[in-house]
Design a protein around this ligand. Structure first.
Ligand code: HEC
Length: 475
């Protein structure tokens, strides 16, 4: 009985001490909260940017205090999906526990304003090109119009490489024309004219997909998201642009509540000196293509792994799933036995996918086993579930199909090494579709989906085998 009594006393003490302690150190908006909002929220939550409301003034924040605390406590805001300790990335948007505690204390203490004189100066946000005037500017040839409301749109603009063709590139910077609606942008290079052909299928300029680029990736130049500054590649490294071809700008557009237009631009910066090492023109991309997700399963796990045939330096990673994705994790097991976590996203959100750039390129020696594991929730409990009732889901680019891909930007030492990587990745797909445990309809689906993505180099390697695979179907 005494023990219980003691426990109650200490709880009572906690309760009575709570307000007393709060009174000792009053948390005010101007002194304590503003610096946090400026640092972690302002890049998106200010006039003219992507977030639906500003968080720059006391009025902006006080009426939303509870909502703010709820979002930062669950780490839904600021949006940053990579778990700490699993990859060391540039531009990490992560609040410290103290910062979250300060916001919470402010809200619980009654969202007190305090003295405006205590506030730090309003930050200056960059206007113009962050890396200086580009050598070539590729501008969308038309305005993209986004209606006031409706689902997010994935619009693709095809722009010829022009003067940038055949050049060694040290940096690529994207500038949204209208940051109110550009959620993020993926800048792709397309040497085979696949995007151009897709664009020509409809009279409207550009083309729209459910989320993927709609063509086989022949290279990712950069990915833009609000607040993520453009960076130059390490000094001796460059991206080689093809001698002919286009840039495809994929805009992920988010309606703002009124009709808006966008005209985005891509700045290209040439390498000042001939590069010693080159970013592989095709990304190091792999994942389970024979995935087969049963309806109503809440935690369906898939995985794939591939061995690097040569030494590689990974500069960035873009994990990719669709709406059923819950979790994705990429690891690398080095020949020494050492295991490295390349990225872990524990709370996958289709709308916040990003390319994560390593602070230092991660060296993976030849013989490293790179593995991706994905978990899907294909039940109706998943708020992002696109189907009612849930149905079986196979591999594909449409948003009612699924993918689980690790897409690395990588440096290989020589063009021969890049070729070896390409063959290893193609071989990995072949191995998967030849697995006798995989059912025939799953294999047929993969073959058809890969064909739809176009005639990439992977395709030409696979073409003859694919046609043999297709043969039995025709009879
Ligand atoms: C990278 C851009 C970005 C940053 C940084 C950011 N937000 Fe947001 N925020 C958004 C967008 C966009 C939305 C609209 C909903 C969505 O797309 O998820 C949003 C929505 C919200 C919402 C409403 C969520 C809901 O329940 O609908 C709150 C509250 C919020 N943000 C608070 C914050 C706070 C507080 C910070 C800083 C600690 C912050 N945000 C940082 C972009 C951002």
């Amino acid at each position: 009985m005494k023990v219980t009594h003691g426990l109650w006393t200490s709880i009572a003490c906690l309760i009575t001490f709570g307000p007393v302690m709060a009174a000792e150190k009053v948390v005010t908006f101007h002194r304590d909260v503003t610096p946090i909002l400026y640092k972690h929220c302002a890049e998106c939550h200010r006039e003219g940017e992507i977030a639906p409301f500003p968080l720059m003034s006391y009025q902006d924040a006080a009426k939303r205090a509870e909502w703010i605390v709820e979002n930062v406590t669950h780490r839904r805001m600021p949006p940053w999906k990579a778990e700490p300790g699993h990859g060391d990335f540039f531009g990490e948007r992560r609040m410290s526990d103290e910062e979250i505690a300060t916001l919470t204390a402010w809200q619980k203490g009654g969202a007190i304003e305090g003295s405006p004189g205590d506030a730090p100066p309003v930050p200056k946000f960059a206007t113009g090109w962050g890396l200086g005037e580009p050598d070539v500017i590729l501008e969308a040839p038309y305005d993209v119009t986004v209606p006031a409301e409706g689902p997010d749109i994935f619009h693709h603009i095809v722009i010829p490489l022009g003067e940038a063709a055949g050049r060694e590139v040290a940096a690529v910077e994207f500038r949204p024309g209208n940051p109110r609606i550009v959620h993020h942008a993926v800048i792709l290079v397309d040497s085979a004219g696949l995007g151009r052909a897709k664009d020509a299928l409809t009279p409207e300029p550009g083309y729209v997909t459910g989320g993927g680029p709609g063509v086989s990736l022949s290279g990712i130049l950069t990915i833009w998201a609000p607040g993520v500054a453009a960076r130059r590649l390490p000094n001796d490294v460059a991206i080689d642009l093809p001698k002919k071809g286009d840039v495809i700008v994929q805009l992920h557009l988010h309606p703002s509540g009124k009709e808006e237009k966008d005209r985005s631009r891509v700045g290209i910066y040439f390498a000042k000196e001939p590069a010693k090492r080159h970013i592989m023109s095709r990304p190091f991309i792999f994942g389970p293509v024979t995935l087969d997700i049963p309806a109503n399963e809440k935690a369906h796990q898939v995985e794939a792994s591939v061995k690097t045939p040569v030494d590689l330096w990974m500069t960035a990673i873009l994990p990719h799933m669709h709406y059923l994705g819950k979790e994705i994790r990429v690891t690398a097991k080095l020949p020494s036995g050492e295991e490295r976590s390349m990225i872990w996203i524990r709370d996958w959100d289709f709308n916040w996918q990003d390319q994560y750039v390593y602070r230092e390129p991660v060296h993976l020696p030849a013989g490293t086993e790179v593995k991706v594991v994905g978990i899907y929730d294909n039940s109706s409990d998943n708020p992002a579930q696109p189907r009612t009732p849930p149905a079986r889901v196979l591999f594909g680019e449409e948003t009612n199909e699924e993918m689980c891909l690790a897409i690395f930007q990588a440096i290989a030492e020589t063009p021969e090494d890049s070729d070896k990587v390409r063959r290893a990745l193609a071989g990995n797909i072949l191995k998967q579709i030849r697995d006798p445990n995989v059912s025939k309809d799953v294999v047929d689906n993969v073959v058809v989906r890969l064909r739809e993505l176009g005639r990439s180099e992977l395709q030409s390697e696979l073409r003859s085998r694919i046609s043999t695979l297709l043969e039995p179907k025709k009879q």
